[in-house]
Design a binder for this molecule. Structure first.
Ligand code: FAD
Length: 399
């Protein structure tokens, strides 16, 4: 027997986006009755993983029980969505249950495609191969950095869009400084190997980062996409993006930022944008689905052509909330998202360049000083203020 349950508003994903939307809506008079579907018993503040990998925080500081972040009055359905049927206003769950809805917010985050790199699944978490992109391996990043005794440290960046495009290099800057402190920098070669063509996309911050690359003697290898890891010979195999030629780097420490895409359940659904990455196809200003008007999406799973960050979600969530309420009331959707995202580029212990920009790389800085300069104050914001803002402000609907 198939069980069916109806909800006025169904939110798929209790991550940064799903919880923020539910918390903000909960404070509104016209709020619908809400349910969040998420199988995970815990919620992560992933921005902390950069500092965990750098030995600044224990990884447990990035985690809370899911039950503690679900807003009061919102039902938590501890299950995974296995199919979307937007024509019927329904989703299927792993348990076999069907949920129907009046409106749907799709926020299941991004999928880490570890298996797209040959040999990586087997190699990850041992023998010098690590990643800050997983709670499971983030402690190993610090183990490798603090015990590094010279040799090749390689930091990769894939060819797909990823969450926090600054994260692959932030851990490199921390490692480089740690090697200096440990007295092994002279015996170390630090390489940033990226499928992209530059250290960062936005020209203002790129220029500042390129200066640091030169000052700190970082080797760069652009247009190189990691395709295989050979742990026996400690080789990272790259494909040259332009020529297709194979390019091999030896490593003693390999930090991998994996290729990423929308979760498969979204990719194979009618909600997906055309193309291999399958993001939820929404209007980039209203965040409403382009074919199913009672569906909205935000965060990493959405097609929004912004930098995929929690900071972006802080600006997307109020747009979803306002437009969803307008939709329910039969009014035009007036709220618009301008692509704002911010990326606190950790460039060392006590140093951050705070990049803030919108669609098409338009600079959108908050502070009345040159944010392309490394500053301790911006590090303090990233390391001490923002975690507090996240748990006690954003997830409670107060930002
Ligand atoms: P998530 O927060 O990942 O949540 C997705 C949720 O959906 C999860 O709870 C998951 O269990 C659930 N889910 C998945 N599949 C299903 C399903 N089938 N059914 C139901 N539920 C499902 N951002 C910043 O702003 N600043 C930073 O400095 C920063 N640094 C970062 C550093 C690292 C190393 C990483 C990994 C990320 C960083 N980010 C940063 C990015 C930020 O964490 C993400 O952009 C943000 O968490 C995305 O929110 P989300 O809700 O879209 O996805």
């Amino acid at each position: 027997m198939t069980r069916t349950q109806h909800h006025e508003l169904l939110i798929v994903g209790g991550g940064t986006a799903g919880i923020t939307v539910a918390a903000q809506l909960g404070g509104k008079d016209a709020a619908p009755k809400m349910a969040i579907v998420d199988p995970s018993p815990v919620h992560y503040y992933q921005p902390l993983w950069t500092l965990v990998g750098g030995g600044v925080y224990p990884r447990e500081a990035s985690m809370r029980a899911m039950a503690d972040v679900i807003p009061s009055g919102t039902t938590w359905i501890r299950d995974a969505v296995t199919g979307f049927d937007p024509e019927k206003h329904a989703v299927k769950l792993a348990s076999g249950m069907t949920l129907t809805y009046d409106q749907l917010v799709v926020a299941p985050g991004i999928q880490l495609d570890w298996d797209k790199i040959e040999g990586l699944v087997e190699a990850l978490g041992k023998d010098g191969v690590t990643s800050n992109y997983s709670y499971e391996t983030v402690n190993y990043t610090w183990d490798l950095i603090r015990s590094f005794d010279g040799g090749d440290a390689v930091f990769t960046f894939p060819s797909t869009p990823i969450k926090c495009a600054g994260a692959p290099q932030k851990i490199m800057w921390l490692a480089e400084e740690a090697f200096r402190r440990q007295g092994v920098r002279g015996k170390a070669r630090v390489t940033f190997a990226s499928a992209g063509g530059a250290i960062f996309g936005v020209p203002k911050y790129r220029a500042a980062l390129e200066k640091l690359v030169a000052e700190r003697a970082i080797q760069t290898s652009y247009g190189k996409d990691l395709v295989a890891v050979r742990p026996q010979s400690r080789e990272a195999v790259f494909r040259d993006v332009a020529s297709g030629a194979e390019h091999v780097l030896r490593y003693d420490l390999l930090h991998v930022s994996p290729p990423q895409s929308a979760p498969d359940v979204v990719k194979r659904s009618p909600l997906a944008q055309e193309g291999p990455l399958g993001w939820v196809d929404v209007d980039k200003h209203t965040l409403q689905h382009v074919r199913y008007p009672n569906v909205f999406s935000l965060g990493d799973a959405s097609s929004l052509p912004c930098s995929k960050t929690g900071a972006a979600i802080r600006k997307q969530a109020p747009v979803v909330v306002e437009n969803l309420l307008a939709f329910r009331a039969g009014n035009p959707l007036a709220a618009r998202y301008d692509g704002y995202a911010s990326c606190p580029l950790v460039t060392g212990y006590g140093k951050v360049i705070l990049a803030e920009f919108g669609y098409d790389g338009v600079i959108m800085e908050t502070f009345p000083f040159d944010q392309a300069k490394e500053r301790y104050s911006m590090y303090a914001l990233k390391a001490h203020a923002l975690p507090n803002v996240y748990w006690n402000g954003m997830l409670r609907g107060r930002m």
